[in-house]
Design a protein around this ligand. Structure first.
Ligand code: DX5
Ligand code: ZN
Length: 221
């Protein structure tokens, strides 16, 4: 089993409800929502208000990727907005363990992620507190960037450590995922594939998600 998480960074916000319906019709597993503050990353996107608007109109799992400094300040706001999974960056500051415990206390699934240059070992002590471990396969900040192949080794090492610890964290990969690398990511140990541009390309969300799922599943064989 693999999961596909279309990233709304590539959605058309003028017709957001149509995009949500398309993602539902495509049988996507999560909606990946990229929150950026213009400080932790150079780009600015949206915050809890937009997450709340989306959560009111879909039952799909909202997978919120916080690319913001000092995430602790905003955890309650995202919980109240209807986020199901809340992922923080290990580089964003604060006591990571305490933040992850708080995310769970607030009723969300806890996720952690790291920029490509951060050693994979940063995840290891956090695994008992994680429902999701997100490997970044591009520098966070923008959609449509080229996949970094070295992230496959990060996924492989993280998978081995998850198995070693007997941890439950689901491994997700985010950035530059498309038909050409979805199978490789799954073969390396990724269970959730985030896709922005590849999911929304040409407005054919249903076809794109199906093709991504097929390509990903091929990596299981
Ligand atoms: C990048 C975001 C990604 C982005 C992926 O900072 O975290 O979720 O939307 O977009 P693609 O799939 O186009 O690389
Ligand atoms: Zn993301």
């Amino acid at each position: 089993m693999i999961k596909i998480a279309p990233s709304f960074l590539s959605a058309d916000f003028v017709v957001l409800e149509r995009e949500i319906r398309a993602v539902e019709a495509a049988g996507a597993d999560y909606i990946h929502l990229d929150v950026m503050d213009g400080h932790f990353v150079p780009n600015i996107t949206f915050g809890p208000m937009v997450v709340e608007a989306i959560s009111k109109t879909t039952a799909l799992t909202l997978d919120v990727h916080l690319m913001i400094s000092d995430p602790g300040k905003y955890l309650r706001a995202f919980a109240d907005s209807g986020a199901d999974i809340c992922t923080i960056h290990v580089e964003a500051g604060g006591d990571l363990r305490a933040l992850l415990i708080e995310i769970r206390k607030l009723g969300m699934r806890a996720g952690a992620t790291a920029k490509p240059a951060t050693p994979v070992e940063a995840f290891y002590p956090l695994l008992p507190y994680l429902d999701l471990a997100l490997v970044m396969s591009v520098e966070p900040g923008f959609g449509g960037q080229a996949f970094m192949p070295e992230s496959l080794e990060t996924v492989r090492r993280l998978r081995a450590e998850v198995v070693r610890q007997g941890a439950n964290a689901e491994i997700e990969i985010d950035g530059g995922i498309g038909l050409e690398n979805a199978g490789l990511a799954v073969a390396a140990g990724a269970e959730v594939l985030v896709a922005g541009s590849a999911a929304f390309r040409d407005g054919k969300v249903v076809e794109n998600v199906a093709a991504l799922r097929r390509a990903g599943l091929a990596g299981l064989r």
